[in-house]
Design a protein around this ligand. Structure first.
Ligand code: PLP
Length: 395
């Protein structure tokens, strides 16, 4: 399936791209669990090592199953090149190591994944790369934070757990006006709902662990962008330092991609029904969900995204006691900080994902004690709603 028609729809690409059928005539994508590859001759080995001839050498560099996943995800994001990684965090690390050097500066949204904040503040700073954090939606704050050393703007949209939505086009214009790159962690929407490269971003980052897998089985990640940035710089870091994706995991993610569009639209539909219902419950002060008209960036979200996604958060009037009572009264929802699964999950951010912040930092980030986050899965939504109704009655 080497060539493809540029007019293929999203799911056709997600199901068909990247499988170069072998002489066995297999219908499904094969797994190549091999660490190395053999050459027909000493001359062929020499040609591969000197890059005169393309081809596999060793699975830290390339592997056919991983390649299959990379080609497919690159097509879905509308990017030239994709490099698969062992986890979402190693995708972010490889991007930073590949594209930055000592003395460079990052401007990041303050509402990014906790380990991302840690990577920027605790580790990259040791190597002379500093990071400033700004409010995701404050374009002037982004601009004010950019200095002569700034090379990279980094964000997630919608944000976790408050679902704030950033204007990717506006931020990519800002980045390029200052000779910076814009990297978007597209974990929550996936290319089925949002394609940051088409909105001007330079790099897309994924934790494949979440919706690309979609069923909570494997840890993995990916970086998508052009040949120069991703195909050379980020790939160079991967092949040298080694946080590569295993062929087995790549195969699981390939299977995940085949149903990605169907799943993301179904997640969005379930979340919309749940968010509208939650908004009518008297025990709840506020619901955060980009699909609600009450969301401050509802119009932007509907323009930029093909669906609202599956993350819904809400604030209970009764604070932490009410939040914990609600969570503990549910019987179907999984109490876990993970997301991106067919199984609906429920979390109390203030005492888990954001528990390490001081009360002042939490207040500044908008993570109140009554806040609950639900990552809506693919169960029958009436069952999820009834489960939460039981919890609300207990409050
Ligand atoms: C989970 C997550 C990551 C990290 O991915 P891992 O696969 O766990 O390393 C990065 N960004 C976002 C938005 C995430 O949700």
């Amino acid at each position: 399936m080497a060539q493809h028609d540029g007019d293929w729809g999203f799911s056709t690409q997600a199901i068909r791209i990247g499988h170069h059928r072998t002489a066995e005539g297999e219908h499904a994508e094969p797994i190549f669990p091999t660490s190395s590859f053999v050459f027909r001759s000493a001359a062929e080995a020499a040609a591969r090592f000197s890059n005169e001839e393309p081809g596999n050498i060793y699975s830290r560099f390339t592997n056919p199953t991983v390649r299959n996943f990379e080609e497919r995800l690159a097509a879905l994001e509308g990017g030239e090149c994709c490099v698969a990684t062992a986890s979402g965090m190693s995708a972010i690390m490889a991007t930073c190591i590949g594209l930055l050097q000592a003395g460079d500066h990052i401007v990041s949204s303050q509402s990014v994944f906790g380990s991302t904040t840690m990577l920027f503040t605790k580790y990259l700073s040791r190597f002379g790369i500093e990071t400033s954090f700004v409010d995701l939606n404050d374009l002037q704050a982004w601009e004010a934070a950019i200095g002569p050393q700034t090379k990279l703007l980094f964000l997630e949209t919608p944000s976790n757990p408050l679902t704030d939505v950033a204007d990717i086009s506006a931020l990519s214009e800002l980045a390029h006006a200052h000779d910076c790159l814009l990297a978007v962690d597209n974990c929550f929407c996936t290319p089925a709902l949002q394609q940051p490269l088409n909105l001007g971003a330079d790099i897309v980052i994924h934790s494949a662990t979440k919706y690309l897998d979609g069923q909570g089985r494997c840890v993995g990640g990916a970086v998508v962008g052009n040949k120069e940035l991703v195909g050379e710089e980020v790939f160079g870091v991967l092949r040298t330092t080694g946080p590569t994706m295993s062929p087995f995991n790549a195969w699981v993610f390939l299977k995940g991609l085949e149903t990605l569009e169907l799943r993301m639209l179904a997640h969005s539909r379930n979340a919309q029904i749940l968010a509208e219902w939650l908004e009518r419950q008297p025990q709840i002060e506020r619901v955060n969900f980009p699909g609600l008209v009450s969301h401050p960036q509802h119009e932007l979200a509907m323009r930029q995204q093909r669906g609202p996604g599956s993350i819904v958060s809400f604030t209970l009037k009764g604070g932490q006691p009410a939040a914990w009572t609600l969570i503990d009264a549910t019987r179907i929802l999984s109490i876990t900080a993970n997301l991106g699964d067919t199984k609906t999950t429920i979390t109390h951010p203030a005492t888990t994902t954001h528990g390490r912040l001081t009360p002042e930092e939490r207040a500044q980030a908008g993570i109140g004690n009554g806040l609950v986050r639900v990552a809506v899965g693919l169960e029958n939504i009436e069952d999820i709603r009834n489960d939460l109704a039981r919890g609300l009655e207990a409050v």
